[in-house]
Design a protein. Sequence first.
Length: 334
Amino acid sequence: MNGVQIRSAERALSVGTWLIVAGAMLYSVLTVTPLAAAHTPDEWDWTAPILPIVVDAAVVIVVRLDSVLARLGGHGGRWPVVLRWMTGCMTLALNVADSALKKDLVGVAVHSVAPLLLIVTAETGLAYRTAITNALTAIQERERAERAERDKAAAERAEAAEKRAREAREFEARMAREQREHEASLAREQAEREERVRREERERAEAAERAERAERERREREREQQRIERERRERETAARMEKERREREERARREEREQAERAERERAALLAAGPAAVKQSEEQARKTVAAAYAAGVPVRQAAELCGWSVGWVSTRYQELRDERTARSLEGAAQ
């Protein structure tokens, strides 16, 4: 049985005991009061119920205190036993006294039922309560032991869980430390590789820069040589062209002198011929007008020399003036 069932049985025992006690007290009061009144002066008949009430009150005290002591697992010693048996015997004696004095054995038997039942119930209830208390104590002890075992097992589980958690934390910390060391090693290797790559790239860049600088210097030297060669060729060309220009100019001057001399001779010949007897051809007339213009001969005299009209000669003079002006402007532009 569990604790709940035992407490239910204890409540049933208490209710039954108090019903028996209440019935026995009521029966005792109704039975003993006439006996006490018969043996009491008439003026004190009203005190007849006091005696059974006092005896039954002692019974109530005994039953109640016995139940409390039994519930607490204690023992009141011999005086509670004496009081219990004394009140029980008094109740039995008072209930059967009237029938015994009348020698009514049936009445004695009938009136002894309630007191005997009360006495036996009190003793039995005490034994039951003691047994129930012992059973509850055993159950409580067992529950305490089980609770202690559970607490111990829980503590052991908690300790094991804490140990596992601590080991897991230590393992995680060790793994994290190894991971950090591995990552640091990888980072160092990566940094070394990157530094090596950067160094190689720097060396390649420096080599490429040196090669580029050498190539640039070579190209600059070639360009310088080409420039020097070009300048030399240009100087030679310029000198040759200058020489050719001077030669051309010299030839031109000689040709101009020759032409001038020839033109002078022609002009002199034309002017020396005097006025034309007949009108010259247009070509010959133009040559005569040109010679006259160059010699500064007036228009009228030039007309006489070529045999053409003054107006025609004036027109030729104007054309020669315009041609000279054009050559002057062209020379100034050059």
